[in-house]
Structures are given as C-alpha cells and as structure tokens.
Design a protein around this ligand. Structure first.
Ligand code: ADP
Length: 432
C-alpha cells in the first residue's frame, strides 16, 4: 500500500519528468515547424516568381492581348491583374470589386514606398520586382505582388499582379494544428510513460519503506512484552513481602536482559542497513572457532539430553581471514537454533571442511525440520516458521543477523534438509 507521501512524491516526480521532456519536445517541434513554414513560404514565392516571369514573357510575345485570356488567367490562377498603357488602365475585367481595387492600390503603394528606387522606378525600371506584403487590419493575410514593365514592340505596358496566399496560409494553419495535436498526444504519452517509469523507480524505495515500517512495528511489539512484564513486576514488587520481592526482581532482571539482547540485535541490523557495519578481520583457525562454539554449547545440549558431536578435517587448514567474533556469533545462532528446535535425545552434528578455496561450516540436526515453503522466509527479520512454537528468547532475528554477517564477509548461508529429518545449515566463507 502506497503512503500519501509516496503518492505525492510519485505524482511530482512524474510531473517533473513529463514536464521537462514535453518542454524539450515542444521547443524542438517549434524549431521544426518554423523551418518547415519557411520552406513552404520560400517554395511558394519561388513558384510565384516563375509564374510571373512566364506571364511577363507571354505578354511581351503576344501580338494581341485578348481580354478572354486575361480573365481566364485571373480566374484560374486567382491573380488580380492591372495593366496600364501610359497610365491609362486597360480595362478587361469589369467585375473587379472595390476590395480587389483596394488590394491592387495597396500593392502599388507598397511597391512604390519599399521597392521603387531611382534605378527601379516604374518608368525607368528594367526588370520586374516580386514582393510579399500583408494587408493592415486583415489577419491573417499574405499577398505576393509583382510590378514590372512589359516591352511590346516600341511601347511598354505597366503590369501589376497581386496573388492572395490563402492556400498557403491554410496549409500553414493545418500544419500548426497538426503539430499542436501531435505535441498534445506526445505530452499525454509522456505523462503515462513517466508515471509508470517513476513508479518502477520508486518501487524499491516503497519496499524499503514498507520493510522499515514492518521492522519498527515488529520491534516495538517484541519490546512491549518484556516491558509489560518489567512494569507489572515492579509494581507488584512495591507491595510484596520481602521473600516475594526477590522473585519479582529476578523476573525484572531476566526480562531486562531479554530487552537488552533484542536491542543489541536491532542495533546490529540497523548498522548493516546503513552499511556502517565494520568487520574486525584477522587470520584465525577455522577449526578453533567451531571447537569453541561446540564447547560453549555442550552444557546446554546435554541439559536437553541432545547428543552433540563435532568433526574437523584431519589435514592442516589454511588460516581463515574473518571477523572471529562475528563468525562465532553466526555459529552460536545456528547452534542455539539447532538445540531449540531439536527435541530431547536428538542429535546435532557440527563439521568443517575446506574445498575449492572455501571453508564450509555445517550445523546439522535431526529436529523438527523446516518445510520447503519456509526455507527462504526464515532469513527474513522477525520471521518465525511456527509462531506457536516460538520460545521466549527467540525473536525471529537470529538468522537475519547471521545472513547479514555472512554477506558482509562475502560468504553464503543456506539451509537444506538433513537426510532422515531435521535441518542442516551451511556457512561458506572464502579462504582469503
Ligand atoms: P528465532 O530467534 O525465532 O529462532 P531465527 O531467525 O533464528 O529466529 O529463525 C527463524 C525461524 O527459522 C525460527 O523461528 C524457526 O521457525 C526456524 N528455524 C531456525 N533454525 C531452525 C532449526 N535448526 N530447525 C528448525 N527450524 C529452525
């Protein structure tokens, strides 16, 4: 279950991711759009220029300029044409509207103000001038204009052509709309993608947070039991008679020791989590480590009438580079578990071997065993395979501590069934 904080972080992260990528995408598509629009405009202006050159040369070559040909040209190509001979307009189309007249006048004015120089003054010009202009108060608007002289025999004809670029503008708007929609779609896709992507990124963080919460609640739960006993014993002790008081004090002491052990375990696990778990490595004899553990637990095993045996290799072993205190702790956890989960008159066998440059410590019992489904879970923190069987000094932390210590040594810990029943734990440590 996601916490409200995680949801907020997830939302903000996906917004940031998609926002930045969408912005980059938008800037890139704006650049692409402006390049493409420039190309469209350039191409259409070049084709207008070519058309105008053809038109002027046609006008120059025709002996008789027919009104019909001019009208057809106007209608088919959407040109507005004005021809004048010695400033006397040649009227060939009576249908020219006042609006079209206004356009032609404006084009003429644009030409005169912007392009008419002494060299290209209409009366002295030697070539045609093609230009583009926009009509004020008309948005969006774009027109191409062409003003020139047409030499016919001995005389000249002034030509002014205006071509509205409605199609070009429509094409540009369609292209802009397409770009906008594509950008919108891309932004939506990016949002979905970044939500999933950041969700996956945050998954380990969420898992770690859940584990931490579970760890804290399990730790608090475990601490609550001895604390409750201590508090009740302390209050009972206040009113108890002298001979009963000692009994209560003993309970307080033993529960206090339990709490202290649990806190030590918790601190060790926290240190391994924060990666500031320092090993005091030195060269030690692996068989001595195992023998010491055997001797320390022998009395506990015989109290439960468990036969404890140890087997060491006969050949001389190379020194084992490890933190002896921590490895002793691992062996103690395994042996303590073996004694706890093996019924009376059972057997526990300890052994050591050295193969392929690796030490292998084995703690094998013929106790209650561990079902296959539980084998991977027993290394989890606070996990107890059978809660009902759990004993007072078993918090479900032993194997997770053992695993952390062995991992810090770059070794391996595993469990398998003992042939005939029970469990066998194996600890592998590298030779050097
Ligand atoms: P605990 O302190 O409860 O023993 P551990 O982490 O050491 O916690 O072990 C986790 C669980 O693994 C135990 O509760 C027990 O169910 C199971 N287990 C560990 N060692 C043995 C064993 N030798 N035989 C059977 N079950 C075991």
């Amino acid at each position: 279950m996601k916490t409200a904080m995680m949801k907020k972080v997830h939302f903000r992260l996906s917004l940031l991711c998609s926002g930045i990528t969408s912005l980059i995408l938008l800037l890139m598509s704006l650049a692409a759009l402006s390049i493409s629009e420039k190309g469209l405009k350039d191409n259409s202006f070049i084709s207008f220029q070519n058309d105008m050159n053809t038109l002027i040369s046609n006008l120059e070559q025709q002996t008789v300029i027919s009104h019909q040909w001019l009208t057809k040209l106007q209608n088919n190509k959407h040109y507005l044409i004005r021809l004048s001979d010695n400033d006397i307009p040649l009227l060939f189309n009576e249908k020219t509207t006042p609006r079209q007249q206004e356009l032609l006048d404006f084009a003429m004015k644009t030409y005169e103000t912007e392009f008419s120089t002494a060299a290209s003054d209409f009366d002295h010009m030697i070539s045609t001038v093609k230009f583009s202009f926009r009509m004020p108060k008309e948005k969006p608007s774009l027109y191409y204009g062409c003003a020139g002289l047409c030499r016919r025999g001995t005389g000249t004809l002034k030509v002014l052509v205006v071509m509205p670029q409605t199609q070009l503008l429509q094409q540009i708007s369609r292209q802009r709309l397409l770009f906008f929609l594509l950008n919108l779609l891309a932004a939506a896709c990016l949002m979905i993608f970044s939500r999933r992507f950041t969700g996956r990124l945050l998954q380990p963080v969420e898992e770690a947070q859940t584990q931490q919460t579970q760890f804290i609640s399990a730790a608090s739960h475990e601490l609550r039991t001895p604390l409750a006993v201590i508090l009740s014993c302390a209050s009972a002790c206040q009113n108890a008679e002298a001979d009963r008081q000692e009994q209560f004090l003993n309970s307080i002491l033993s529960e206090g020791k339990r709490m202290s052990k649990l806190i030590d375990d918790l601190l060790l696990l926290t240190r391994t989590d924060r990666q500031n778990f320092v090993l005091q490595k030195k060269s030690v004899e692996a068989d001595t480590l195992l023998l010491e553990t055997y001797e320390a637990f022998e009395p506990l095993a015989s109290k439960k009438q468990i036969r404890l045996s140890v087997q060491l290799p006969e050949e001389l072993l190379p020194p084992c580079v490890c933190d002896p205190e921590r490895i002793r702790q691992v062996l103690a956890i395994l042996l303590h578990n073996a004694i706890s989960y093996t019924p009376e008159h059972g057997t526990i066998h300890l052994s050591l071997s050295f193969e392929k440059q690796r030490f292998c410590f084995q703690v094998s019992d013929n106790g209650i065993g561990i079902p296959d489904g539980e084998k991977s879970r027993i290394f989890e923190r606070f996990y107890r395979a059978d809660q009902s069987r759990s004993q007072k000094d078993h918090f479900g932390l032993g194997l997770s501590i053992a695993q952390e210590i062995v991992s810090a040594h770059r070794g391996q810990i595993m469990v398998k069934d003992t042939p005939g029943g029970g469990s066998t734990f194996l600890v592998f440590l590298n030779g050097q």
